[in-house]
Write a protein that binds this ligand. Structure first.
Ligand code: GDP
Length: 197
Protein backbone atom coordinates (compact mmCIF):
# COMPACT_ATOMS: atom_id res chain seq x y z
CA UNK A 1 0.00 0.00 0.00
CA UNK A 2 1.31 3.41 -0.99
CA UNK A 3 0.42 6.46 1.08
CA UNK A 4 1.55 10.04 0.88
CA UNK A 5 0.67 13.48 2.12
CA UNK A 6 -0.74 15.51 -0.77
CA UNK A 7 -1.46 18.98 0.57
CA UNK A 8 -3.29 21.19 3.02
CA UNK A 9 -6.20 23.14 1.60
CA UNK A 10 -7.14 26.47 3.18
CA UNK A 11 -9.47 27.63 0.45
CA UNK A 12 -12.15 25.73 -1.46
CA UNK A 13 -10.59 26.87 -4.73
CA UNK A 14 -7.53 24.73 -3.99
CA UNK A 15 -9.40 21.44 -3.60
CA UNK A 16 -8.02 18.65 -5.82
CA UNK A 17 -9.73 18.24 -9.15
CA UNK A 18 -8.84 14.65 -9.94
CA UNK A 19 -12.18 13.27 -8.74
CA UNK A 20 -10.76 10.50 -6.59
CA UNK A 21 -13.07 9.27 -3.83
CA UNK A 22 -12.64 11.21 -0.58
CA UNK A 23 -13.22 9.89 2.92
CA UNK A 24 -13.34 12.57 5.58
CA UNK A 25 -12.03 12.04 9.10
CA UNK A 26 -13.15 14.29 11.96
CA UNK A 27 -12.62 14.41 15.67
CA UNK A 28 -11.74 16.81 18.42
CA UNK A 29 -8.14 17.59 19.11
CA UNK A 30 -6.40 14.87 21.12
CA UNK A 31 -8.98 12.21 20.26
CA UNK A 32 -6.22 10.18 18.59
CA UNK A 33 -6.93 11.09 14.97
CA UNK A 34 -3.35 11.43 13.74
CA UNK A 35 -2.38 8.24 15.52
CA UNK A 36 -5.33 6.40 13.96
CA UNK A 37 -4.55 7.69 10.48
CA UNK A 38 -0.92 6.66 10.80
CA UNK A 39 -1.95 3.22 12.05
CA UNK A 40 -4.54 2.72 9.33
CA UNK A 41 -2.19 3.94 6.61
CA UNK A 42 0.68 1.96 8.10
CA UNK A 43 2.93 5.01 8.08
CA UNK A 44 4.22 6.20 11.40
CA UNK A 45 4.52 9.97 11.51
CA UNK A 46 2.76 10.68 8.20
CA UNK A 47 -0.15 12.49 9.85
CA UNK A 48 1.33 14.92 12.34
CA UNK A 49 0.56 14.08 15.91
CA UNK A 50 1.07 17.51 17.37
CA UNK A 51 -0.74 20.49 16.00
CA UNK A 52 -0.64 24.16 16.69
CA UNK A 53 -3.83 26.24 16.35
CA UNK A 54 -2.48 28.00 13.23
CA UNK A 55 -2.20 24.71 11.43
CA UNK A 56 -5.67 23.46 12.18
CA UNK A 57 -7.71 25.52 9.76
CA UNK A 58 -7.31 23.44 6.68
CA UNK A 59 -8.24 20.16 5.04
CA UNK A 60 -5.28 17.79 5.00
CA UNK A 61 -5.25 15.46 2.02
CA UNK A 62 -3.57 12.05 2.14
CA UNK A 63 -3.41 9.91 -0.96
CA UNK A 64 -3.93 6.23 -0.22
CA UNK A 65 -3.35 3.52 -2.80
CA UNK A 66 -4.36 0.17 -1.30
CA UNK A 67 -3.98 -1.28 -4.77
CA UNK A 68 -2.78 0.66 -7.74
CA UNK A 69 -6.13 0.72 -9.49
CA UNK A 70 -8.27 2.35 -6.82
CA UNK A 71 -6.61 5.21 -5.01
CA UNK A 72 -8.60 7.45 -2.68
CA UNK A 73 -8.06 10.35 -0.31
CA UNK A 74 -8.31 10.55 3.43
CA UNK A 75 -9.29 14.10 4.19
CA UNK A 76 -8.30 15.01 7.71
CA UNK A 77 -10.47 17.79 9.10
CA UNK A 78 -8.23 18.94 11.94
CA UNK A 79 -9.42 21.39 14.51
CA UNK A 80 -13.01 20.36 14.38
CA UNK A 81 -14.10 21.32 17.86
CA UNK A 82 -10.69 22.82 18.57
CA UNK A 83 -11.39 25.29 21.35
CA UNK A 84 -8.11 27.18 21.26
CA UNK A 85 -8.44 28.95 17.93
CA UNK A 86 -9.72 32.49 17.97
CA UNK A 87 -13.42 33.06 17.45
CA UNK A 88 -13.10 34.56 13.98
CA UNK A 89 -10.83 31.74 12.86
CA UNK A 90 -13.33 29.24 14.18
CA UNK A 91 -16.04 30.90 12.13
CA UNK A 92 -13.99 30.79 8.92
CA UNK A 93 -12.93 27.25 9.57
CA UNK A 94 -16.52 26.19 10.26
CA UNK A 95 -17.58 27.75 6.97
CA UNK A 96 -14.95 25.86 4.96
CA UNK A 97 -15.71 22.54 6.63
CA UNK A 98 -19.46 22.94 6.15
CA UNK A 99 -19.08 23.96 2.55
CA UNK A 100 -16.82 20.98 1.94
CA UNK A 101 -19.13 18.44 3.59
CA UNK A 102 -22.06 19.60 1.48
CA UNK A 103 -20.22 19.36 -1.84
CA UNK A 104 -22.05 16.66 -3.79
CA UNK A 105 -18.88 15.30 -5.40
CA UNK A 106 -16.67 15.38 -2.34
CA UNK A 107 -16.76 13.18 0.75
CA UNK A 108 -18.36 9.82 0.02
CA UNK A 109 -18.20 8.99 3.70
CA UNK A 110 -16.99 10.28 7.05
CA UNK A 111 -15.35 8.71 10.05
CA UNK A 112 -16.34 10.52 13.24
CA UNK A 113 -13.89 9.89 16.08
CA UNK A 114 -14.78 10.03 19.76
CA UNK A 115 -12.77 9.06 22.80
CA UNK A 116 -14.29 5.77 23.99
CA UNK A 117 -13.94 6.92 27.60
CA UNK A 118 -16.01 10.02 27.13
CA UNK A 119 -19.67 10.58 27.86
CA UNK A 120 -21.87 11.80 25.08
CA UNK A 121 -22.47 15.47 25.70
CA UNK A 122 -24.58 17.96 23.78
CA UNK A 123 -22.11 18.88 21.00
CA UNK A 124 -21.39 15.22 20.25
CA UNK A 125 -25.10 14.41 20.23
CA UNK A 126 -25.76 17.29 17.83
CA UNK A 127 -22.90 16.24 15.57
CA UNK A 128 -24.28 12.67 15.40
CA UNK A 129 -27.74 13.97 14.56
CA UNK A 130 -26.25 16.17 11.87
CA UNK A 131 -24.47 13.15 10.39
CA UNK A 132 -27.72 11.18 10.24
CA UNK A 133 -29.39 14.06 8.43
CA UNK A 134 -26.35 14.39 6.12
CA UNK A 135 -27.45 11.20 4.39
CA UNK A 136 -24.03 9.81 3.44
CA UNK A 137 -22.28 6.84 5.05
CA UNK A 138 -20.57 7.60 8.33
CA UNK A 139 -18.71 5.48 10.85
CA UNK A 140 -18.52 6.23 14.55
CA UNK A 141 -15.05 5.28 15.78
CA UNK A 142 -14.40 5.04 19.51
CA UNK A 143 -10.70 5.63 20.07
CA UNK A 144 -8.21 4.50 22.72
CA UNK A 145 -10.20 1.36 23.55
CA UNK A 146 -7.09 -0.12 25.19
CA UNK A 147 -7.62 2.34 28.04
CA UNK A 148 -10.90 0.63 28.96
CA UNK A 149 -11.66 -2.65 30.73
CA UNK A 150 -13.94 -5.18 29.06
CA UNK A 151 -16.96 -3.96 31.01
CA UNK A 152 -16.20 -0.35 30.29
CA UNK A 153 -15.96 -1.15 26.58
CA UNK A 154 -19.38 -2.77 26.62
CA UNK A 155 -20.87 0.24 28.38
CA UNK A 156 -19.14 2.65 26.03
CA UNK A 157 -20.46 0.77 22.99
CA UNK A 158 -23.99 0.85 24.40
CA UNK A 159 -23.76 4.54 25.21
CA UNK A 160 -22.50 5.54 21.76
CA UNK A 161 -24.79 3.16 19.87
CA UNK A 162 -27.73 4.81 21.62
CA UNK A 163 -26.38 8.28 20.84
CA UNK A 164 -25.93 7.30 17.18
CA UNK A 165 -29.54 6.08 17.04
CA UNK A 166 -28.61 2.44 16.58
CA UNK A 167 -25.58 2.79 14.30
CA UNK A 168 -22.99 0.54 15.92
CA UNK A 169 -19.59 2.15 16.47
CA UNK A 170 -16.22 0.51 15.96
CA UNK A 171 -13.92 0.27 18.96
CA UNK A 172 -10.42 1.23 17.93
CA UNK A 173 -7.01 1.16 19.54
CA UNK A 174 -3.77 2.28 17.97
CA UNK A 175 -1.93 0.30 20.62
CA UNK A 176 -3.57 -3.12 20.12
CA UNK A 177 -4.88 -2.49 16.58
CA UNK A 178 -8.35 -3.50 17.78
CA UNK A 179 -10.89 -2.41 15.16
CA UNK A 180 -8.40 -1.91 12.34
CA UNK A 181 -9.92 -4.66 10.17
CA UNK A 182 -13.47 -3.42 10.74
CA UNK A 183 -12.40 0.08 9.88
CA UNK A 184 -10.85 -1.08 6.60
CA UNK A 185 -13.95 -3.14 5.85
CA UNK A 186 -16.09 -0.03 6.15
CA UNK A 187 -13.64 2.04 4.08
CA UNK A 188 -13.58 -0.61 1.35
CA UNK A 189 -17.38 -0.93 1.34
CA UNK A 190 -17.74 2.81 0.94
CA UNK A 191 -15.01 3.47 -1.58
CA UNK A 192 -15.68 0.46 -3.77
CA UNK A 193 -19.39 1.30 -3.88
CA UNK A 194 -18.65 4.44 -5.86
CA UNK A 195 -18.00 4.02 -9.48
CA UNK A 196 -14.86 5.97 -10.32
CA UNK A 197 -16.18 9.32 -11.43
P1 GDP B 1 -5.10 14.09 17.58
O1 GDP B 1 -4.95 15.44 18.18
O2 GDP B 1 -6.54 13.69 17.50
O3 GDP B 1 -4.40 13.90 16.27
O4 GDP B 1 -4.50 13.07 18.65
P2 GDP B 1 -3.13 12.24 18.62
O5 GDP B 1 -3.18 11.19 17.57
O6 GDP B 1 -2.00 13.20 18.59
O7 GDP B 1 -3.22 11.49 20.03
C1 GDP B 1 -3.33 12.20 21.23
C2 GDP B 1 -2.70 11.41 22.37
O8 GDP B 1 -3.41 10.19 22.57
C3 GDP B 1 -1.25 11.01 22.08
O9 GDP B 1 -0.52 11.10 23.27
C4 GDP B 1 -1.37 9.58 21.62
O10 GDP B 1 -0.22 8.81 21.87
C5 GDP B 1 -2.55 9.07 22.43
N1 GDP B 1 -3.29 8.00 21.73
C6 GDP B 1 -3.79 8.06 20.49
N2 GDP B 1 -4.40 6.92 20.15
C7 GDP B 1 -4.27 6.09 21.21
C8 GDP B 1 -4.72 4.74 21.49
O11 GDP B 1 -5.37 4.06 20.70
N3 GDP B 1 -4.41 4.25 22.73
C9 GDP B 1 -3.73 4.97 23.65
N4 GDP B 1 -3.51 4.40 24.84
N5 GDP B 1 -3.30 6.23 23.43
C10 GDP B 1 -3.56 6.79 22.23
Amino acid sequence: METSYLKSVFDARDLPRDRLPEIAVAGKSNVGKSTLLNKVMGRRGLAKTSRTPGKTRCLNYYLVEPDKSKPFYFVDLPGYGYAKVAKTMRRDWGALIEKYLEMPERPIGLMALFDARRDVDAPEQEWLEWLHAWGRPFLVVLTKSDKLSGNERTRSLQRWTRAAAGVEPVMFSSVTAQGKDKLWQWIDDVRLAVVRR
